[in-house]
Design a protein around this ligand. Structure first.
Ligand SMILES: [Cu+2]
Length: 622
């Protein structure tokens, strides 16, 4: 089996570090933002690593590609004016810097906190608000909490209005922004409760004959599906070469699929809160934040786990065991039909293959779940849980921008905006994207009873035409078709992208976050494939002034009709926090589906075991 897209292993990460330290001409201060599989496509047949480094002494960011067989640096460049992501080691370094800083300790004492080790300081990206001095620095903006003694909720007691401002490159504190003392909220927000109910009886998932999937390295075969599980330091879970067997043919659907960016803009303009616009993927990275999943806790049933190797900022490999979970789930009925007069019932059972990973990023936890169904449907689902960003309530009560969720704690209105990227290959690389809209026809001689519906399919020819919003009033969805492959009715074969619940961004397009996250203003983008166009807010969103990524690339207005195309789907989960989200939020879901739409010649699950005999026998016994 082709394992060329398998995640890097520890030896490869070490080799990449050795080559960079030997050949890249960096000084000793340099550290590694990313060491991840090279997906540039520029070195066919050669496995390599994409590497990004930051050199603090010169405040410069570099990237390039190491090839393993040649043990060589194939590309290396200084990326002018760009800032690397903020890595977990920097988070910890900044927290320690603050705890030791006399001005910060003094600000804590003014709030009655004598022990700085009890304070969590997170160095969030400062964004870009046109401040000229911040342009010359690797600025991060601190947010602070008094951790609870139980250690189970570091975010329970927000320290309002206190923000150490860092230069992460120089490893120093530039200043302490203090907008005034607000009493620390009293509730330690315990998450682990001493008393738990005991009236839930065990649900056990048994698969006496084992699972129906086969795994070879990172290659998976299940039912009619084939795919490769992959990993990128930045995206986290990546799926490659998704294809489906159909009557003797292996039919490709997608070359690569991942959650390529996400941003969480908050709606509070006061103090320093306007800075809170976390690009969790592009500013921090999902890969290094993946949880090690545990059987019986995160996943039930017969599980296959995939481990992945990540690395710290010195390039030292770090193993995340059980980073990706794969299992099968019963999913109710696949289809059913009854003929009561004949006493006949025919039912088939649905099941799905679940490939998932979960990332803990500061206060929030995001699960990324990919579902493969037997009828060709692919479900994409984000499960969001964790702790909604809490802020202490200032005197005078709840602000207009937040809702009270805890004792003297509010959480501000915000949105979680995800961008999913699909490198399409529906029955081959030449694809076209269309939009379906349905609307009432005007009444008249052709529509005497006012019930006629107009169905309209619009074919996108250029990138500028394929920047679209959801519209449930027109039951809008999008289709990817292959004009060169026809189904039995002579139509181009197709798959539809069916949006789920979605929202619209509320930040002004010319705001800082609006410029930096231009992708979020459209729910659909289609681009001509370019392997360097992986991230919709660009490769370096940290402190970026904006305009990069999808808005910049699509300015070229490339032809996308019957071409190798990439489909980008934006999912906006609007969050007005609830008291029930405290102290930890029950999972909420956001997602969408890809469904076969003229791809197969009939229902592809007609060959499933039909349960009429079993059901009839069981009924007879009753
Ligand atoms: Cu939220």
């Amino acid at each position: 089996m082709d394992q060329s897209k398998a995640p890097l292993n520890d030896a490869e990460i070490r080799q990449a570090v050795t080559v960079i330290r030997r050949d890249a001409g960096l000084d000793d201060s340099a550290w590694f933002e990313t060491i991840s599989l090279d997906e540039s496509g520029r070195y066919p047949g050669s496995r390599g690593a994409y590497v990004c480094c930051y050199e603090p002494d010169s405040n410069r960011t570099f990237n390039g590609i190491v090839l393993f067989d040649d043990d060589s640096l194939a590309e290396w460049r200084h990326v002018e004016g760009m800032q690397a992501r903020i890595v977990p080691d920097e988070f910890m370094m900044a927290c320690e810097l603050a705890r030791k800083h006399e001005g910060f300790r003094e600000a804590l004492r003014r709030r009655g906190i004598d022990d700085p080790s009890r304070v969590l300081v997170e160095s969030w990206s400062a964004g870009n608000f046109g401040n000229p001095e911040e342009k010359q620095q690797r600025v991060a903006y601190g947010h602070c909490w008094l951790m609870n003694d139980a250690g189970d909720n570091p975010y329970a007691r927000p320290i309002a209005n206190l923000h150490p401002v860092f230069d992460l490159g120089k490893r120093e504190i530039l200043r302490i922004d203090d907008f005034g003392v607000v009493p620390i909220p009293p509730d330690p927000g315990p998450i682990r409760r001493p008393r738990q109910r005991d009236d839930l009886r065990e649900i056990a998932i048994t698969q006496p004959d084992g699972p129906s999937f086969e795994v070879d390295g990172y290659h998976v075969r299940w039912h009619d599906w084939e795919l490769q599980v992959g990993f990128a330091q930045r995206d986290g879970l990546v799926l490659h070469d998704i294809a489906i067997h159909d009557r003797g043919r292996l039919r490709p659907l997608m070359k690569r699929a991942s959650m390529a960016e996400m941003v969480v803009p908050y709606g509070d303009p006061r103090g320093a809160a306007f800075r809170r616009n976390a690009f969790d993927t592009g500013e921090y990275g999902i890969g290094a934040s993946l949880d090690s999943l545990r059987l019986g806790c995160d996943c039930l049933g017969h599980i296959h786990y995939f481990d992945v190797w990540t690395h710290d900022w010195q390039g030292e490999p770090q193993l995340i065991e059980n980073a990706v979970c794969m299992h099968e789930e019963d999913y109710g009925i696949q289809w059913k039909y009854s003929v009561p007069a004949a006493g006949q019932t025919t039912v088939t059972r649905s099941r799905r293959l679940v490939v998932s990973s979960i990332a803990t990023i500061g206060n929030y936890v995001y699960g990324f779940f990919w579902y493969f169904y037997m009828d060709g449907t692919i479900g994409v689902e984000v499960k969001a849980t964790g702790i909604p960003f809490p802020s202490a309530i200032e005197s005078g009560g709840v602000s207009p921008y937040g809702r009270q969720i805890g004792d003297r704690v509010e959480s501000h209105v915000h949105q979680h905006v995800f961008s999913f990227r699909f490198d399409m290959a529906l029955d081959g690389e030449r694809n076209t994207v269309t939009e379906m809209n349905f609307r009432p026809a005007p009444t008249g001689p052709d529509n005497l009873h006012g019930n006629a519906v107009i169905t309209e399919e619009t074919r996108f020819k250029k990138e500028s035409e394929a920047q679209r919003e959801v519209d449930s009033r027109q039951s809008r969805y999008w289709r990817v078709i292959n004009p060169g492959v026809l189904n039995r009715f002579g139509e181009p074969v197709g798959y539809k992208l069916l949006p789920g619940a979605n929202s619209f961004p509320l930040q002004h397009p010319d705001s800082s976050v609006g410029r930096r996250a231009g992708f979020m203003y459209k729910h659909l983008w289609v681009t001509r494939h370019d392997p360097d166009e992986l991230y919709p807010a660009g490769w370096f969103p940290n402190q970026h002034a904006g305009g990069d990524g999808l808005p910049r690339w699509t300015a070229a207005d490339r032809a996308i009709d019957n071409e190798h195309v990439v489909v980008w789907h934006t999912v906006n989960y609007h969050h007005w926090p609830r008291p029930e989200d405290w102290p930890v939020q029950p999972v909420v879901y956001a997602g969408f589906h890809w469904m076969a739409d003229g791809f197969f010649d009939e229902n592809p699950t007609m060959d499933l075991p039909q349960r009429q005999a079993v059901c009839a026998a069981e009924s007879a016994e009753e």
